[in-house]
Write a protein that binds this ligand. Structure first.
Ligand code: IPD
Ligand code: CA
Ligand code: CA
Length: 261
């Protein structure tokens, strides 16, 4: 599709532009406001989203937009841009250097393109449906680890962790007893890229939103990984359970997730 080439170019340009804003933002004052007790948003989240959406509006004013900080546009179009302008906001607000920009493009309800940019490491993860996954233009693949015992896993916790009993603590304990290690990085989009590139072997989380998983889910599957819900049923970026792995430890991970404490 000829248009796809241009969409790809704009998505990458937008991710890099937003990444520069995030990097530069750390040099100045970061102002924090609260969407909830734990759920932060900074002035830089908004600046980043504005820059991404401005570029999309300029070139694709007829496309739909779903963006975390509210620059949404619903109109009849087969194309939908799904944007997390800063994934890892709590890290960012504390100047902990682990965050990214995530941009995906859905066509007729299926993710066809994903770009995730980590501006501090200058790492651009990219995938297009059916064309493989790349880190800075080099192909990436998931790891070859075949047992949970040898696996490094990663997870995260939703902002309602203190108030909702469905809080992932049970799974965190169960995996900690079975895996080589479990990490919590604070950026679900990068977690998915790290499984895609073999740095982690598996990832699970509850209650993620489409902007957290849209780009990363395509990058993961194009790198040879597997995605599902916690019972092995098909994954959707609009559902609440995300299980991602190198494929080889997927069944073992489902086994742990099906356990009750
Ligand atoms: C959050 C991060 C975090 C995950 C949270 C997300 P945000 O996104 O991806 O790793 O555990 O569930 O909400 O708020 O930093 O864009
Ligand atoms: Ca996010
Ligand atoms: Ca965000």
């Amino acid at each position: 599709m000829k248009e796809m080439k241009f969409i790809r170019e704009i998505a990458i340009r937008a991710a890099k532009r937003a990444g520069r804003i995030l990097k530069k933002g750390l040099e100045g004052v970061v102002t924090v406001s609260y969407k909830g007790d734990l759920n932060l948003v900074t002035n830089i989240d908004n600046l980043s989203e504005e820059a991404i959406v401005a570029l999309i509006n300029k070139h694709f004013p007829e496309h739909q937009v779903l963006a975390e900080e509210g620059h949404d546009r619903t109109r009849p179009s087969p194309f939908r841009w799904i944007i997390d302008p800063l994934d890892g906001t709590t890290n960012y607000a504390h100047r902990f250097p682990f965050f990214c920009v995530s941009i995906a493009v859905e066509i007729k309800g299926k993710v066809h393109l994903g770009v995730i940019f980590d501006p501090l490491r200058n790492e651009l993860f990219f995938a297009e449906k059916g064309k493989g996954a790349f880190l800075n233009e080099k192909p990436i693949r998931t790891s070859s680890v075949i047992s949970l015992k040898k696996s490094l896993l990663v997870t995260g916790f939703a902002y309602d962790v203190r108030t909702d009993p469905i809080n992932n603590f049970n799974h965190f304990i169960n995996f900690s007893m079975k895996a080589q290690g479990v990490r919590r990085t604070g950026s679900a989009a990068l977690d998915l890229c790290y499984v895609a590139s073999g740095r982690f072997d598996g990832f699970w989380e509850l209650k993620l939103r489409p902007w957290d998983t849209a780009a990363g889910s395509l990058i993961l599957t194009e790198a040879g990984g597997r995605l599902s819900d916690f019972s092995g049923k098909p994954f959707s970026i609009y559902d609440s359970e995300t299980l991602a792995s190198n494929g080889k430890i997927h069944r073992e991970m489902i086994g742990v997730l099906q356990k009750t404490r």
